[in-house]
Design a protein around this ligand. Sequence first.
Ligand code: NDP
Ligand code: 8X3
Length: 253
Amino acid sequence: MPKTAIVTGATSGFGDAIARRLAADGWRIVATGRRRDRLDALADTLGKPDIVHPLCFDIRDEAATRAALQSLPEEFQDIAVLVNNAGLALGTGPAQDCDLEQWRAMIDTNITGLVTITRLLLDRLIARRGLIVNLASIASNWPYPGGNVYGGTKAFVKQFSLDLRCDLAAHGVRVTSIEPGLSESEFTLVRTGGDTAAYDALYAGANPLQPEDIAETVRWVVSLPPHVAINSLEIMPVSQSWSPFRIQRDTPA
Ligand code: NDP
Ligand code: 8X3
């Protein structure tokens, strides 16, 4: 009997690649997102209705999340792995120029949505001695200009992962925070409001991580024996590393 993993944000990028990778390893997948056409396409490709069950809802909406989980058919209810991947960044500008609605959307999606679905699935994950994989970011670990609320939400995701692990250890439930750096996906188009020139400029010559790299990492974490806990993994393309601290030399006295 195949085990079931739920992958949030499976309509593109990491989530799509993770769903495909885990399905190839024999997992049943509950694939979530707001774009129904993409969920249906994924399910058709991987083998609906036995392999993939699409769940179309906005993760910011608690009632919709509850209803979606309650609607799962019997054979997809027994969830052993939760991949909290749905998330977004909006904007790259300095805090003082940012749109408060965009800040709220990031908090509602990356923090409130992630916390809500996690809490709703905890009993099932405990019953299965399961695993939670949370998509944090290098922005969890390192500040950068324009990171502001996005970085704050991802720092929350990492810390929540580590704190969850403390509470769930007694139940044998593992929690992993994955912190990718520069990765090529629609993430950058979402962040820049569809600016394809910014997308091209960001990735040009950088040989960024690809969604399949993150999917392979998740597959590895999921495949480890149940006594092995990976707490936190920071992953960058080789082209990306650190800069010296910036010194702002014209600050008001
Ligand atoms: P994509 O934009 O390709 O995918 C984001 C996914 O999140 C989509 O499937 C989208 O589905 C889903 N999503 C966004 N908002 C909502 C919502 N309100 N309700 C339900 N689903 C939602 O980005 P990536 O694959 O690159 O990013 C995935 C995760 O990895 C994010 O949490 C991101 O912060 C993180 N990350 C990304 C990095 C990168 O450089 N790309 C690096 C480090 C971390 P839909 O629009 O259909 O709802
Ligand atoms: C996405 C990576 O560097 O744009 O989380 O914050 S970064």
